[in-house]
Design a protein around this ligand. Structure first.
Ligand SMILES: Cc1ncc(C[n+]2csc(CCOP(=O)(O)OP(=O)(O)O)c2C)c(N)n1
Ligand SMILES: [Mg+2]
Length: 328
């Protein structure tokens, strides 16, 4: 399927992967300098899985995230400034500075929200799929969650309901092989993707989650199925996070073997896709220019953040409930 993608789309994939990498690298530095309160969880190393999934969705489609979710709106095409401003708590942030890193929502790109409660946003994406079904608007919904969340009951309640009602939802497990310091194989029985069979739905495991095209293909198939009334799909993508669980957290190095980490560093999704683009005839100059462009975008996002005010205390109780009414 991907052989037919125009080169502009492939370059957009690389641009969005680079945006996630550079945005999260900058956010990591800002946390350590005390410029972002709390901590952040980066998607560094997982960019192919994020962008391959997001770009398989249409602009109108929904998604929900978890604690590691800066990359999801970026993967869907959101501009960086309001996301960075949100991390710092500025009034120009996507949630007017009230959400921060762990509660980003960016409705402009279909991002319904993320949550630090592991497994909690899976039912939200399922509910969005139910609304799409009831309203008949043709939208698809995708829930991002980790291998740790794959053992939460909320996934199975959601999969059961989605299976019964054939909802247009994709359950996207970002299997980076660890939940904090717990290796997935020590707490997960069997293969996550194979659990789909128990709910009468398709399950697929993308072994090469460092390939943006492999992920894009698998999720595109699931999106087509959902859009055509074929119901939900469970997609498990095998990937790896390069940084610590969260920035500044010191879990030690014992839980992840250095050799294992180095094998995955050799499969850096951005380097792999750069090589692929070169093999498709894209010049090194074009790719270097793209990298410089993205760095400049991140600088601009930080400048936008620094120039933005903090919200007024009086705004604390605004926007607690939506004003949007859905026609009956
Ligand atoms: C319900 C719940 N239990 C435990 C935690 C603490 N916690 C935060 S992140 C995390 C690990 C999640 O691992 P995974 O789902 O694999 O996502 P990853 O961090 O690897 O992307 C845990 C246990 C939590 N936030 N919520
Ligand atoms: Mg994990």
């Amino acid at each position: 399927m991907n052989a037919t993608l125009p080169i502009e789309t492939l370059l957009e994939m690389q641009r969005r992967m680079l945006r996630i990498r550079r945005f999260d690298e900058r956010a990591s530095k800002m946390v350590k300098r005390g410029q972002i309160p709390g901590t952040v969880h980066t998607s560094i190393g997982q960019e192919a899985q994020v962008v391959g999934s997001c770009m398989a969705l249409g602009e109108q489609d929904y998604m929900s995230g978890n604690h590691r979710s800066h990359g999801h709106p970026i993967g869907k095409g959101a501009p960086l400034g309001p996301l960075m401003a949100e991390l710092v708590g500025k009034a120009t942030g996507v949630c007017k500075g009230k959400g921060g890193s762990l509660h980003l929502a960016d409705f402009a790109v279909g991002s319904l929200g993320e949550s630090g409660i592991v497994g909690s946003s899976i039912p939200i994406a399922t509910g969005a799929a139910l609304s799409a079904e009831v309203l008949g608007n043709g939208r698809v919904s995708l829930a991002f969650f980790g291998d740790g969340a794959a053992n939460q009951g909320s996934l199975y309640e959601s999969m059961n309901m989605a299976g019964v009602w054939k909802l247009p939802v994709i359950f996207l497990c970002e299997n980076n092989q660890y939940a904090l310091s717990t290796p997935a194989h020590t707490v997960t029985s069997g293969v996550i993707a194979e659990r789909a069979a128990g709910f009468g739905m398709e399950g697929v495991r993308v072994e090469d989650g460092q390939s943006v095209l492999a992920v894009y293909d698998a999720v595109s198939t699931a999106v087509s199925r959902a859009r055509e009334g074929g119901g939900p799909t469970l997609v498990e993508v095998i990937t790896y996070r390069y940084n610590e669980h969260s920035e500044g957290l010191r879990l030690g190095t014992d839980y992840r073997d250095a050799a294992e980490r180095s094998t995955w560093l050799d499969r850096d999704p951005i380097v792999l896709f750069r090589d692929h683009l070169v093999s498709r005839g894209v010049s090194a100059d074009t790719l270097d220019a793209l990298e410089a462009e993205v760095l400049a975008e991140v600088d601009l996002a930080v400048a936008f953040t620094n120039d933005s005010p903090y919200p007024e205390p009086s705004a604390a109780f605004e926007d607690l409930y939506t004003d949007v009414e859905v026609a009956a």
